[in-house]
Ligand binder design. Structure first.
Ligand code: ADP
Length: 159
């Protein structure tokens, strides 16, 4: 059984994340989408809110589990018997950081490989921060996030 983890901040989950998750779920037997809790970023949504938005967005996937973790990604991967870390690559600008992180993670645990997936071209420039910014000023985020996430964004951010 090939198990992968898809770690991230997911503040909030977007259609870009879901695109990557769908591709990963088609390749691996089981995928844990896992919120990294102790990152330096100051998330807008609480862990519970993010989990709930992910839960509603991923109900159609039978081989996806939702989780959160503190500490090193490789340690979490080991805990759930995963040998693969999924990351999404949008533009070349993602590459340098992701390359560094993938090779560092390999030094920490050489059994675990990072697999990069590219989203549909429509989501190439999509990020949670862009979506938050648009929602904050009342713009339409319907193309970028599921409807229930859009509602949560407006509730949290608009005026
Ligand atoms: P992190 O703080 O780890 O970057 P994010 O929630 O921003 O967390 O992203 C998690 C993963 O999803 C990262 O690998 C990121 O590159 C990827 N990702 C985010 N948005 C997109 C998108 N629109 N298309 C493809 N991958 C994406």
């Amino acid at each position: 059984m090939k198990i992968a983890i898809y770690p991230g901040t997911f503040d909030p989950i977007t259609n870009g994340h879901l695109d990557i998750l769908e591709r990963a779920a088609a390749i691996f037997d089981l995928v844990y989408i896992a919120i990294a809790v102790n990152v330096d970023k100051k998330p807008v949504f609480t862990v519970d809110e993010r989990i709930e938005m992910i839960r509603q967005s991923t109900a159609k996937f039978k081989n996806v589990r939702i989780d959160h973790f503190n500490g090193l990604v490789v340690d979490y991967a080991g805990k759930v018997d995963a040998t693969v870390i999924i990351r999404g690559l949008r533009a070349v600008s993602d590459f340098e950081f992701e390359f560094q992180m993938a090779l560092t993670n390999r030094q920490l645990n050489e059994i675990i490989d990072t697999v990069f997936l590219m989203p549909h071209v429509d989501y190439t420039y999509l990020s949670s921060s862009t979506v938050r910014e648009i929602a904050k000023f009342g713009g339409d985020v319907s193309r970028f996030v599921p409807r229930h996430v859009k509602n949560e964004l407006y509730k949290k951010l608009k005026g």
